[in-house]
Ligand binder design. Structure first.
Ligand code: AMP
Length: 430
């Protein structure tokens, strides 16, 4: 079915044509009519399925049916887990709404950058607000934004928001919204926590489930190189150089590991940059831009930082370390071979990770090809690792920090509605 049959207005169809979308993706086919009709939505979908247009297009259509003139209150609120996803969703919403008249205003707010410019931008009112939960609460605490006219709420990548400890913030935000509203929830996975969140939030939701655009085996060639832990950096340099890989996204399990690997790559003239929660927003944005433009050959990322980043046609993804959760393997390699292009997902697997590799194979229901590279073969028994250089102490990852004082047994339990403290991303898990 073409986009023109879904009930979207002409200015939106023009924007779709500008974006070069020929036909709706499966999630768009199901989500657009449901959202246009005002239904709640429960969608199992991850990045790469076209979910952003799936909710943004019909919400823009509904918004443009009536205007609030100059005094524009937030009418669509989109909550997302990370700054990168916030920026990306904001860009998409602006792009899809570019031909609407009168114009709708979209703003994006997230933590890790100064709050004042965001307060200024919100002053004239906005129609669509894309926000990470912590910064939104800070802005509400500063009276910079009101949510009492919100007509539609979107929780994007809800599972990741819960993983990052945002549940309390989300509940606080929901409590500030009008009771009567439309709710859309997107999540790649459905844990018990997500189920709890959806109960009481969604009213008779339309349920949508779509397979990720690349399920693990389809367009992505997967290889596991068995090697010694101590040789991983050298092996990676060898693979990049001998195969002349030009654009490689590498996942490490820690921020510290990402920094160390980036240094090593740069030392051997492979231009690399790291992207993780301890990097400033400026550094992250310029690393991503440089990578997209082809100026940076290797982007080294942790899972949370990379989540939701949409890079068209990424040819190579490397698991420098296997992810702790097998499901993250599917998220990681889902970034290659976008839009039907072939991609390659390479994992460097040391002795201690062979068990993890087996769990991943069980999850994806396929065996992953094991190979060895001459000169970098895995020893029969794991050799001892050389001692690591000393490292700075890690920031606490104790999620209790976000729990109410009552739950932690600390004083101050009664002041549950205290003004939110400014947040830093030091608590962002790797
Ligand atoms: P998302 O899952 O929303 O992150 O979208 C993934 C990518 O698919 C983005 O680069 C979109 O621009 C692109 N996209 C979304 N809808 C379509 C479509 N109907 N046809 C082609 N590409 C699309």
């Amino acid at each position: 079915m073409p986009f023109s049959k879904l009930g979207l207005s002409d200015p939106l169809l023009r924007a779709i044509a500008d974006a070069g979308y020929a036909t709706p993706s499966p999630i768009q086919l199901q989500a657009i009519p449901a959202v246009l009709n005002g239904h709640d939505l429960l969608a199992a979908a991850q990045t790469g399925t076209g979910k952003t247009a799936g909710f943004a297009l019909p919400l823009l259509h509904r918004l443009s049916q009536h205007s609030y003139g100059a005094n524009r209150p937030v009418r669509v609120l989109i909550l997302v887990p990370t700054r990168e996803l916030a920026a990306q969703v904001g860009e998409s919403v602006s792009k899809y709404g570019q031909h609407l008249h009168p114009k709708l205003k979209t703003e994006v707010v997230f933590g890790g950058v100064k709050i004042n410019p965001q307060m200024m931008r919100l002053r004239g009112g906005v129609d669509v607000l894309v926000a990470t939960p912590g910064r939104l609460l800070d802005l509400i605490g500063q009276n910079a934004v009101k949510l009492d006219k919100v007509e539609s709420l979107v929780l994007d990548e809800a599972d990741r928001m819960l993983d990052m400890g945002f549940i309390r913030d989300i509940r606080k935000i929901i409590a500030l919204l009008p009771k009567k509203r439309q709710n859309l929830l997107f999540s790649a996975t459905f844990s018990e926590d997500i189920r709890k969140l959806t109960t009481g939030l969604l009213v008779n939701p339309v349920k949508i489930e779509v397979a990720p655009r690349n399920t693990a085996a389809e367009t992505v060639e997967q290889i596991a190189y068995l090697c010694n832990k101590a040789n991983k950096a050298e092996l990676l340099c060898h693979l990049i150089k001998t195969n002349a890989w030009q654009q490689v996204l590498v996942f490490t399990s820690t921020k510290h590991g990402a920094n160390r690997l980036t240094e090593k790559l740069n030392k051997v003239d492979i231009k690399a940059a790291a992207i993780h929660g301890n990097k400033s927003q400026g550094a992250r944005t310029s690393a991503l831009a440089g990578f997209k433009a082809g100026e940076i050959r290797v982007l080294v990322a942790t899972d949370v930082a990379a989540r939701g980043i949409d890079i068209a046609l990424l040819p190579h993804v490397v698991n420098y370390e296997l992810p702790r959760a097998p499901a993250d393997y599917v998220h990681r390699i889902g970034r290659t071979g976008r839009a039907g292009e072939e991609g390659q997902a390479v994992s460097l697997v040391s002795h201690d990770e062979v068990g993890g590799l087996k769990l991943i194979e069980k999850l994806i229901g396929n065996a992953i090809k094991r190979q060895q590279v001459e000169g970098f073969e895995a020893a029969a028994v794991a050799p001892p690792m050389p001692p690591e250089p000393p490292r700075a102490p890690r920031p606490s990852r104790n999620h209790a920090a976000r729990k109410p004082a009552a739950a932690t047994g600390k004083p101050g339990a009664a002041t549950g509605n205290a003004k939110p403290k400014p947040r830093s991303y030091a608590r962002t898990p790797v």
